[in-house]
Design a protein around this ligand. Structure first.
Ligand SMILES: [Zn+2]
Ligand SMILES: [Zn+2]
Length: 137
């Protein structure tokens, strides 16, 4: 059995051009159904994991960045397929990068303890069991 602190996971875009290897468990993990997350991802819910820079083993491949508010809150993605990558959230966990957990495509990835902006979800999305549902941040 691999020590959880040494376990490595690979986040990849769909074309495989941009790959991020992280080590250990994320510092924070949550789901969000806010409008911004929906528009940014194209999905009705995002689930993101924040990893301290010290746990980022490598980032390889070409990157494009969208950073309308400066590099402290940039979104980085694959310029070929538009997917994958990571983001920074400014004052929120500033020493971490956030990664959408779908890019790990790992069914065993830990479950988020809570989901933000739940009232904003699509009306047909059922409440998941064992996850706290929050009205705001
Ligand atoms: Zn790609
Ligand atoms: Zn959100």
């Amino acid at each position: 059995m691999v020590d959880a602190a040494l376990r490595e996971r690979v986040a990849s875009c769909i074309c495989g051009g941009l790959q991020i290897v992280v080590r250990g468990e994320p510092r924070h993990l949550h789901g969000c159904t806010c409008k911004r997350c929906q528009r940014k991802s194209g999905s009705v819910m995002t689930v993101s994991a924040w990893y301290p820079e010290s746990q980022v083993v490598s980032i390889t491949g070409a990157c494009s960045a969208w950073a309308p508010d400066g590099p402290a809150s940039e979104t980085v993605f694959c310029p070929t397929c538009g997917g994958g990558g990571y983001f920074r959230t400014g004052d929120y966990l500033p020493d971490c990068i956030g990664i959408r957990i779908g890019t790990f495509a790992d069914p065993s990835f830990p479950k988020p303890p809570h989901i933000h902006w739940w009232a904003n979800r699509p009306h047909w999305l059922p409440a998941p069991e064992g996850i706290e549902l929050l009205d705001g941040n």
